[in-house]
Design a protein. Structure first.
Length: 457
């Protein structure tokens, strides 16, 4: 039986690695998901075979409850809520690791390397649990999406984390002081709340990836604490991939981890008199349809406004209408558009938009100068030209989509309100820009009503 479990673990680990590999490409992504699912099923089966199960009734009850919750979430949850669901998954995984660590601490009173791993496991587990719940609340907008700050916030957070860490170190050397553990766990839990509180919605893609890394590292530490090699491998894969993704997100925003976590990015900027006097031009659905009718190349820039309006299927209809008349249509994807890494890719894939027409920022930027129309749908800060030339701007230096270089720019937006960075978008005030005010789904529907007669669809 022991040898069988080892073979199962090796096969499961291989499937986890292949899953990540295959998910690097849209053509093999489904295979990657299937490999990950089979790997997890094998991992659970091997664990149940390797250890004596004291109460099968509890195990089966937990499996049934998890299945009853998981299947409806998978089928009912709209793709627009994937970021919230991801944050919830991080919270559940981290809480599971923290509770296992807590049970092991009181059951075994471990010493040496095991207690070190256990403290790391519970510290990361508890702070990731509450941090992920906070992120979910901000993504769902039941909590304010803008940073919530107070005086000396970073100092308070630093002292809180140092105290929790100090108590954890104390437990490493004197694990018999069991009364310390609830305080250590409580401070770790509180730190997770205060860590996410000053982070704005614009940084959610990076935060989601970072919390994923924390949850993975907690699981990896749990593997050391339980002497489970597969947990170590799976946690290391999860933790390292989340960290790499966080680095990619920071690079895409030209910012550091410390700035994301402690910079309170997204505070509303005070407008000066000059900003109030800026003029912009708006257009009707009929005018927008006429411009699109005459265009031979169109680049659509999706953003969070598209997700909020759930307009991806209407955008697919617009894509079909334009391509039928011979226009070349592409989608420009910024790495941090939306609320999680790959958010726009997921939404557009749901509408069956050809994946090879989704082009990353570095590849599409050179095409904007030859583009007849750039249609921006809810993307704000990632299209703001101030990032290139205004050192006083909070987004200065952030790589952006060069939408302003297109011949004509049209922006579907509910109002002129600023984005998550809290600043006006200079793009909206250019002579070549037309503002199309309204809900993205409703406005696109109106454009489509005008297009059939014009293009013979």
């Amino acid at each position: 039986m022991s040898n069988l479990v080892h073979y199962i673990y090796i096969l499961s680990a291989a499937l986890f690695i292949l899953s990540l590999k295959w998910m690097n490409s849209p053509s093999t992504a489904r295979r990657g998901v299937f490999a990950g699912e089979i790997g997890m099923l094998l991992a659970i089966s091997g664990t149940l075979l390797a250890h004596e199960v004291f109460n099968w009734e509890w195990i089966l009850a937990a499996m049934l409850i998890g299945t009853a919750v998981g299947i409806p979430i998978a089928y009912i949850m709209p793709m627009t809520a994937v970021p919230q669901r991801t944050a919830m998954s991080h919270a559940c995984g981290a809480l599971a690791a923290a509770l296992v660590g807590t049970a092991e601490f009181y059951r075994e009173t471990p010493h040496g390397f095991v207690i070190v791993a256990l403290i790391i496991e519970t510290l990361l587990g508890f702070l990731t649990f509450t941090g992920s719940l906070m992120a979910m609340g901000k993504l769902q907008e039941v909590l304010p999406t803008r940073p919530i700050t107070y005086r000396n916030q970073n100092l308070v957070n630093g002292l809180l984390f140092a105290t929790a860490l100090g108590l954890g170190v104390r437990l490493m050397f004197v694990p018999t002081d069991t009364w310390i553990f609830p305080i250590f766990a409580g401070l770790s839990t509180l730190f997770g709340i205060l860590l996410i509180l000053p982070i704005g919605g614009a940084d959610m893609p990076t935060v989601i990836a970072l919390l994923n890394s924390y949850a993975g590292l907690s699981a990896c530490a749990m593997g050391f604490a339980l002497d489970n090699k597969l947990l170590i491998i799976a946690g290391a894969l999860d933790g390292s991939s989340g960290l790499i993704l966080s680095i990619i997100m920071c690079k895409a925003m030209n910012r550091s981890f410390t700035n994301v976590l402690f910079g309170a990015f997204g505070q509303l900027q005070t407008k000066g008199p000059a900003a109030e006097q800026k003029l912009y031009r708006s257009a009707s659905p009929e005018e927008a349809a006429a411009i699109l009718e005459a265009a031979s190349t169109v680049i659509i820039v999706p953003g969070y406004g598209l997700a909020v309006a759930q307009a991806q299927h209407k955008i697919r209809e617009l894509y079909d209408a334009l391509t039928r008349r011979g226009a070349e249509v592409k989608f420009a994807i910024h790495p941090v558009a939306g609320r999680m890494p790959g958010h726009m890719n997921v939404l557009l894939a749901e509408a069956d938009i050809p994946y090879d027409h989704l082009v990353e920022m570095d590849e599409i930027n050179s095409e904007f100068p030859q583009c007849d129309v750039a249609l921006v749908i809810g993307a704000n800060d990632v299209t703001n030209p101030a990032a290139r030339h205004d050192p006083s701007s909070p987004i200065y230096g952030m790589p952006i989509l060069d939408v302003d270089k297109a011949h004509t720019v049209m922006v579907i937006k509910r109002s002129m309100s600023p984005g998550f960075a809290g600043i006006d978008n200079e793009l909206y005030y250019l002579e070549k820009t037309l503002m199309l005010f309204g809900d993205a789904k409703a406005f696109t529907t109106e454009i489509l009503k005008e297009l059939p007669a014009k293009v013979g669809a």
